[in-house]
Design a protein around this ligand. Structure first.
Ligand code: ZN
Ligand code: ZN
Length: 443
């Protein structure tokens, strides 16, 4: 055990060389800029998504990757249409509204109805159908800021499940307070779900200031009516792609160290924090490692398609590579904005915790501490983790992430180059440590 540990320490130590000083540590930032400026918003299945795929293939090749290819998968395409939400007399005003991803349209003239407010999805579930039938449900649950983004999971149920629960009680439509932490007047979109067992009703989010406004109006006038119009389209099944590139391993080419991000974004901003920064980061990692010589194991960079619609690219990847997942020795994803990394979490076998502890020592100068062994590796990578692939998560500071998440305000100017450079350093150290070792992280 002791000898084994010493060897590991030596392997990790080798990764920090004088070459590190010569690397272009702004490469991740430049790639993030390129994707957001040259492609911009790229909702899965759209022509912009296809342009992003071509952008990725072209840039992987230019960066010197040994192999570049795309893998197709089928997906239902959703297109946003114009949306409006207005309130009747005595407070005739309009709200900032955004359709939730996947929502059906309203009738052309909209839905006019009384509104009933709930503090949370849990409160809606307890409601009497007679209170809800024929109305527009409004879920007004606020979200708090926190470094780990823990409040997201408490609030996002209203977005993903709200239409199902409201329809069960006979509602005509649902609007939610945006799943976001900013008082800026932007509505946050995101995927929502339907059930085959209940009616499909239109679903939208209003900005946080508008939710506060609507609550005040309802306190004065409980009988006010809202008119919601949305012209979304569901054109049917289309093809999207995962884009994959590799730096071939020198001595163990069959062993895959998978690093990833998702290429698609929502359609309102330019998907800079979510997830162009992650794309730029992992593309730069492989390229910069190759600049220092081929790694022992193969580094595979996967840019997953259609994460936002429900991890569809990740599921397609897992199905296509099902017979080779035993050769995936490691997986991780960057998909939590572009702020500094502050903690290393792992999802590895017990015998590998010493390796993770040594890795954290190599990251300590970047102010990265050691966390727990409950990591899921990132949204797309969680699909692989569930199939036994070992993962780590380099946790980014998510305090401000949900100010911009899925809004028109998620744009390149929000990316801090110094923070992204710190991310790049951490990813280089981590990826090299695994790619140049023999460690079996499953054990
Ligand atoms: Zn994302
Ligand atoms: Zn997202």
């Amino acid at each position: 055990m002791k000898i084994w540990l010493t060897m590991l320490v030596a392997a990790v130590s080798l990764n920090l060389t004088a070459n590190d000083l010569e690397l272009d540590h702004s490469l991740a930032y430049k790639l993030t800029e390129s994707l957001t400026v040259e492609v911009g918003a790229r909702i899965a299945g759209s022509s912009a998504d296809e342009r992003a795929v071509v952008w990725a293939e072209k840039n992987f090749a230019a960066l010197g990757y040994d192999k570049v290819w795309r893998e197709p998968f089928k997906m239902p395409f959703w297109q946003r249409g114009a949306a409006s939400l207005t309130v009747s007399a005595p407070f005739q005003q309009s709200f900032v509204v955004s359709a939730l991803g996947g929502s059906i349209a309203t009738p052309a003239l909209g839905i006019d109805s009384n509104v009933i407010m709930f503090a949370s999805l849990a409160e809606l579930k307890k409601a009497d159908p007679s209170q809800v039938k024929g109305k527009i449900v409004f879920i007004n649950k606020s979200m708090q800021k926190d470094k780990e983004g823990n409040f997201y999971s408490e609030v996002v149920g209203a977005r993903s499940q709200g239409a199902i629960e409201a329809a069960k009680l006979g509602a005509k439509a649902i609007i939610i307070r945006s799943v976001g932490t900013s008082l800026n007047r932007f509505a946050h979109t995101g995927i929502m779900r339907y059930s085959d067992k209940v009616a499909r009703i239109p679903a939208a989010a209003i900005s946080v200031p508008d939710a506060i406004q609507l609550e005040k109006m309802l306190a004065l006038q409980p009988n006010l009516t809202l008119r919601l119009t949305m012209q979304n389209k569901l054109p049917g099944t289309v093809t999207s792609h995962n884009v994959i590139a590799e730096i071939t391993g020198r001595t163990k080419p069959e062993e895959i160290v998978l690093i990833s991000a998702h290429l698609d974004s929502w359609d309102q901003g330019t998907g800079a924090l979510d997830d162009a920064a992650g794309v730029g980061l992992v593309m730069a990692v492989g390229a910069l490692i190759k600049q220092q010589g081929q790694p022992e194991r193969t580094i595979r960079v996967v840019l997953f398609g259609n994460e936002e619609g429900g991890l569809l690219g990740a599921k397609a990847y897992a199905a296509k590579h099902a017979n080779n997942l035993h050769n995936h020795v490691f997986a991780s994803e960057s998909d939590f904005g572009a702020d500094r990394i502050w903690r290393l979490d792992s999802g590895v076998g017990k015998n590998s915790l010493a390796f993770i502890a040594e890795l954290q020592k190599k990251l300590a100068h970047l102010d990265i501490s050691l966390g727990n062994n409950d990591a899921y590796g990132g949204p797309d990578v969680s699909v692989l983790k569930a199939l036994g692939v070992p993962v780590v998560t380099l946790l980014q500071d998510g305090t401000d992430y949900f100010d911009y998440h899925h809004t028109a305000n998620d744009t390149f100017d929000k990316v801090n180059p110094d923070a992204l450079e710190q991310n790049l350093s951490a990813w280089l150290i981590t990826t090299k440590a695994v790619a140049n070792s023999d460690i079996d992280l499953r054990k």
